[in-house]
Design a protein around this ligand. Structure first.
Ligand SMILES: [Zn+2]
Ligand SMILES: [Zn+2]
Length: 144
């Protein structure tokens, strides 16, 4: 995927009321470069940005800032680890399902499912409003 231009990232941050600090830019760029791939944990973001001068606490704050500003989303697939991913056109604000490998714990993003069919008339309101997370569990290609 083509590298997202820094100017565009700055504009995105400022449009959401965030200052475009170098670490925020680096974190956002990293999350966007992961599109449609897999969400990253804080530890994975820290190691991916290890060449930068930022400490893990700064990167964690950047991640939560991006979530609060609506530029990223965090998800817990059940292992009590927050994983972060960018929210943009392709990865829009509608949460997409995640595939979790029950063997190695790999997490992958799945395409957005247009419809979640609930055959019963009475379903939780959150489901109708699509405020739910869909998770698919099974074996990844490597473990199968
Ligand atoms: Zn696996
Ligand atoms: Zn995802």
């Amino acid at each position: 995927m083509a590298k997202v231009k820094l100017d565009e990232l700055r504009a995105r941050l400022r449009a959401r009321g965030l200052r475009a600090t170098p670490s925020r830019l680096a974190v956002l760029e990293l999350l966007l470069s992961d599109q449609a791939d897999q969400p990253r944990s804080h530890a994975e973001v820290v190691s991916a940005l290890a060449s930068g001068p930022w400490d893990p606490a700064t990167i964690y704050r950047n991640l939560t800032d991006l979530v609060e500003a609506g530029l990223a989303r965090r998800t817990d697939v059940g292992d009590h680890v927050w994983r972060f991913e960018a929210v943009d056109g392709k990865h829009d604000s509608t949460a997409h399902p995640h595939f979790v490998c029950t063997e190695c714990g790999t997490v992958e993003c799945l395409p957005v499912m247009k419809e979640l069919v609930a055959p019963r008339a009475k379903t939780p309101r959150a489901l109708k409003q699509r405020q739910v997370e869909v998770q698919v569990r099974g074996l990844c290609d490597t473990c199968l």
